[in-house]
Each structure stands twice: as C-alpha cells, then as structure tokens.
Design a protein around this ligand. Structure first.
Ligand SMILES: [Zn+2]
Ligand SMILES: [Zn+2]
Length: 346
C-alpha cells in the first residue's frame, strides 16, 4: 500500500509499505479521508518530540473497517468509522476525574501510532478501550466525518470558555479552526460572532463561507477599537484566539467585556510563549482565561453528531480534496493558507 511517512523535518516521503495487520484488540481500516491541519505543517517543518521517525502522519481520520483483530466485538467489516486523534490512558488520576483532555499519558494518532495518510491503518486497542472509534451516521461523508476531530477540539474550547446564548463572540484567526469556531458559536446560541485575521485574503475567503456578523482585518484596522465599537464600548463576552500569536492573546484581554472569557485556543511557538498580561484587567473585570488541549473521545462523538444533525455544517469548509500522492501539495496549500480545509482521500 501507499503511505506518506515523516522521516525528518523537511523530509516526508511517499512510499510503498506492507499493509498493516490487525492484532488482537485492534481494528484495521481502509482510510477514506484524512484531513490536514496546521499541525501537519509544523511537523513537516520542525518535527515533533513525540514522533520517532519514520512515522505515517495524519490524525483527522475517517474510513471503513477492513478487518477485525481477535477479540474485537461490536464492529463489522464495512462499518464506516471516525477515529479520535488524542488517546487518553483512561487510568490516571486526571482520567479518573474526567479530565481526559489533559491526561499526562496522552498519546496521539500520527505521532505515537501510524496515522491516516495511508491506504490502510490500524486503530490501536487503546483507542477502542476509551471508546475512540465512532460510527459515522448515514448521510455524513467520510471527508465531513474526518472534520469531527478538529470540531471536537473546538467544542472542548467553547465548553471551557462557556460560549452560550446571547454572547458576543470574537474569533481571532480565520483558518479552518476559526471557521469551525464561528459555526459552533452560532450553534450554541451566540448573539453575534465577529471574525478577525491579519491576512485580508484569507479572511475574505473564510467570511464568504461562515458569514460572521463582521469581518475585521487586523492588518488594516485596530481590532480592539473595532470590537469595542461593534459592541457599544462593552467588549465581547468571549474572545477566542485561534492563531499562534501572543499579540492576539494580549489584544484578547483588552477586547473582553466585564466577566468575559478568553480562550487561548491556539498555542504559541514553544521558544516564545511569554505574553504581557494586565493582571488588573483580569482582576477588576473578573475575566476568565482558559486554555484548550485537544479533545476527549466524548467530544469526538458529539462533534460527529453536530455534523450529522446539520448544527455545524462542515462540507463546504473542505475547499480542496487531494490524493495521497499529493500530500506535499496539501501541506504547501495549508502552509500558505490558500484553502480552508484540505482533505486527503487515499
Ligand atoms: Zn489537526
Ligand atoms: Zn490518563
């Protein structure tokens, strides 16, 4: 079979590999869609401390079951499935307390295990043990199902930031994650959702699809001023930074309303993670700053349901579909921000 394997930073190879075999407790799937994301670009450029090469990349996975390992019950060949990316251990103190997204023993598909940029892959027993294999509902395509993983992360972020009825929400960053945030905020009853990005072209492309109440180009205007203007001086109830920008995080604090919630959804470069924070702003305005680290298996299941119900449409966000041969093109398109979501269909 064909696979796209990471060997070293700057070195991803399309190779022939033997088809994997499902060992006891595992499930082998025929990958039908594996979407790319910003993390894939980061891995391509810098590698990742959890990846010991060579490793098949790809963690936004949907496909159909090809073979069951010994002892696997409840599934049949041909079943259409979506696979979680982050695998909690299910046994540590955090997992026991239900804090599955911050399990310190967390492993990931495409990092610790071969991922979905391949014609076939094996779902580890650990994934099945934490209910990380989801049945794709009828009417949901594989490409759409592959977006359940990023949507699950977005759902975790909005739960932590308590996005709800009547909120004014600002999303900073108009990539695929930003677009999912806009759609999910609306599904959760937000009153108005504003979308901001430095890059005017990318913002226009995203805004054309997800129709925010205002699109703010932070390269051309002062976002803080603009948000204050749009909210009659009050600021936004929730500000979500879906961009690797310390400046955006600092601005988020300034444009939050009293009792506002700020989600540092996107991480910062690990060599530059320190920002300036006016602590008195947090104190007097009773602000809440929350992080977000991936998603739990339950978030994946609920994300898939949101897609199936049409509460969060995702099909139109997939603006490029490429074959496995074109993985390098896909990574290039993602790096340039020239598409919203790029999905590989092996
Ligand atoms: Zn991803
Ligand atoms: Zn754990």
């Amino acid at each position: 079979m064909k696979v796209a394997r990471f060997h070293a930073p700057g070195d991803i190879r399309l190779e022939e590999a033997p088809e994997p075999v499902a060992r006891p407790g595992e499930v082998k799937i025929r990958v039908r869609a594996c979407s790319t994301c910003g993390t894939d670009v980061k891995i391509y450029r810098f590698g990742h401390h959890h990846i010991r090469p060579p490793r098949v990349m790809g963690h936004e996975i949907a496909g159909e079951i090809a073979e069951l390992g010994e002892g696997v019950t409840g599934w049949s060949p041909g079943d259409r499935v979506q696979v979680i990316a982050a695998i909690p251990c299910g046994e540590c103190e955090e997992c026991r307390r239900g804090h599955l997204t911050v399990c310190p023993n967390q492993e990931s598909m495409g990092y610790h295990y071969d991922g979905g940029f391949a014609q076939f892959m094996v779902v580890p027993a650990k994934v099945l043990a934490v209910d990380g294999l989801n049945r794709v509902p009828n009417g949901v395509g594989f490409a759409e199902a592959s977006l359940a993983e990023p949507l699950a992360c977005v759902l975790n972020g909005q739960e932590l930031a308590r996005v709800g009825e009547g909120d004014d929400v600002v999303v900073v960053g108009s990539g695929p994650i930003g677009c999912l945030h806009v759609r999910l905020a609306r599904a959760r009853g937000a009153a108005r959702v504003f979308l901001a990005d430095l890059n005017a072209e990318r913002l226009a492309m995203a805004a054309g699809l997800v129709r925010p109440d205002a699109a703010i180009c932070s390269g051309e205007t002062d976002v803080v001023d603009e948000v204050l203007k749009l909210t009659g001086g009050r600021g936004a109830d929730v500000v979500i930074t879906a961009a690797a920008s310390g400046a955006a995080q600092q601005q988020a604090l300034q444009m939050a309303a009293r009792q506002g919630r700020i989600s540092f959804f996107g991480g910062l470069p690990k060599d530059d993670p320190i920002i300036a924070c006016d602590s008195n702003l947090v104190h007097y305005r009773e602000l809440t700053i929350v992080g977000a680290n991936g998603s739990s298996p339950a978030h994946n299941a609920r994300a898939l349901r949101l897609i199936a119900e049409g509460a969060v449409p995702v099909a139109d966000l997939i603006t490029r579909r490429l074959g496995l041969d074109e993985v390098m093109d896909a990574i290039d398109v993602v790096a340039r921000g020239a598409a919203i979501k790029v999905t590989i269909e092996p």
